[in-house]
Design a protein around this ligand. Structure first.
Ligand SMILES: Cc1cc2nc3c(=O)[nH]c(=O)nc-3n(C[C@H](O)[C@H](O)[C@H](O)COP(=O)(O)OP(=O)(O)OC[C@H]3O[C@@H](n4cnc5c(N)ncnc54)[C@H](O)[C@@H]3O)c2cc1C
Length: 369
């Protein structure tokens, strides 16, 4: 391979989609560097029907038909009033959504990028960055403590919320809001009937989310504010469980045996944030590294795939036409979509008025301006 070296930092959905898109244009030496995740089970698993067309365009939609993932027929929510509201995906022309085995999905995409021609460097964590006259020198730390350096003509930051490359260049991150998710994954008996819909419910301290997962599991998550979690000790399994018992619909939707179990909680921050610039000279950021959304929208993975596709096309055009227009257009698209996301998020939070005097909801109203 004699083409330009494109180094992609991060092998999540955004990094793999960027690699697949670049490989479709051909002629580049695509290298994918991925530090291994520390948590065992990756949280973030619902994708809407809109994810399917982009996976088709990337040539990997067959991944969804594998047994690893569960089809999801829509969602039910108790939000804004006490009656459940239904959103059925079968009304959508594209069809179903999915509850993914997230670790498996990310690995499948990564392997697809590899089999389409990307060179993959697993367990390589970006450590430092030096700008050169034409591109960058990247220093990685391997899991065995070794250090390796690589020169790249172009760098893609697909490292998730941490934006490890852009941060090292000193790019600022603008945070609009930040919620904290306290999530537990429970095992359920094989033959237990569980709805394939996603469930959401607003409560005074935030909102709950639950979904059936592949492998006879259910995820149950409470999203709130760091201050409320601290004041009310909601990250303690007992307090979290007490709050679950106070839900109106979720406690009935869940198999009753789960209500008796104390959770093993994973705590994750979910900021609504965007870099002050998502492109620069010979680099761009994609996925959560560029902009991250509140999980309420269940849009992070689909956005990572779509932006990855567009980022790959923009880089290919940059080298073909030798000008920055494509890269600048990509940045405009990321900013425009973040504005659209921010108004959708505001609408969703403002539409819950029953708890408007409670701190969690008051804060969201203030942030919505
Ligand atoms: C609690 C929670 C629930 C969510 N639920 C949903 C949901 O239901 N549906 C949905 O669509 N989205 C959801 N999201 C959002 C979704 O998970 C993200 O938007 C998505 O993972 C973004 O993909 P990405 O590839 O940009 O980043 P990531 O998936 O974070 O991947 C980044 C990759 O970069 C690697 N990396 C990090 N640092 C380095 C480094 N220094 N060197 C090399 N590699 C590095 C990491 O190991 C990782 O593999 C949720 C998020 C949270 C926090």
């Amino acid at each position: 391979m004699t083409g330009k070296i494109i180094a992609i930092i991060g092998g999540g959905p955004a990094g793999s989609a960027t690699a697949l898109s670049l490989l479709q244009s051909g002629g580049h030496d695509v290298r994918l560097f991925n530090a291994r995740q520390r948590s065992k089970i990756k949280i973030g698993e619902s994708i809407p029907p809109a994810a399917t067309p982009v996976l088709e365009r990337l040539g990997v939609s067959h991944l969804l038909s594998e047994k690893a993932h569960l089809a999801c027929s829509g969602s039910v929510s108790i939000w804004g009033d006490n009656n459940p509201g239904y959103n059925d995906f079968w009304l959508n022309p594209v069809g179903k959504g999915f509850h993914l085995d997230r670790n498996q999905f990310d690995l499948q995409l990564y392997k697809q990028a590899q089999s389409h021609g990307a060179q993959c460097f697993d367990g390589w964590r970006l450590h430092s960055v030096t700008q050169q006259t034409s591109g960058f020198k990247l220093l990685f730390k391997l899991e065995n403590g070794e250090e390796k350096s690589v020169s790249a003509d172009f760098v893609v930051d697909a490292s998730g919320q941490g934006a490890c490359f852009a941060r090292r260049l000193g790019v600022a991150r603008n945070v609009l809001d930040e919620v904290i998710c306290l999530s537990a994954i429970f095992s359920v008996p094989k033959d237990l009937e569980v709805s394939n819909r996603t469930f959401a419910e607003a409560t005074e301290n935030g909102w709950w989310y639950a979904a059936r997962l592949p492998g006879d599991k259910i995820i149950v998550s409470l999203t709130s504010d760091a201050t409320i979690i601290k004041e009310q000790a909601l990250a303690s399994p007992e307090k979290w469980n007490q709050q679950l018992h106070r839900t109106q619909g979720l406690k009935k939707w869940l198999p009753s045996l789960l209500l008796q179990q104390l959770p093993d909680l994973q705590v994750k921050s979910a900021p609504s944030a965007i870099l002050s610039c998502v492109v620069g000279t010979r680099w761009l950021a994609v996925g959560d590294a560029a902009s991250s959304y509140d999980p309420l929208t269940s849009a992070g993975i689909t956005k990572a795939l779509m932006h990855g596709e567009q980022a790959g096309a923009a880089i290919a055009r940059f080298w073909r036409e030798k000008d920055n227009q494509a890269i600048n257009d990509y940045q405009d698209m990321v900013f425009d979509q973040f504005s659209q996301y921010a108004s959708l998020r505001n609408q969703l939070y403002m539409s819950e008025t029953r708890y408007r005097r409670q701190p969690f909801w008051r804060r969201r109203q203030l942030l919505s301006g």
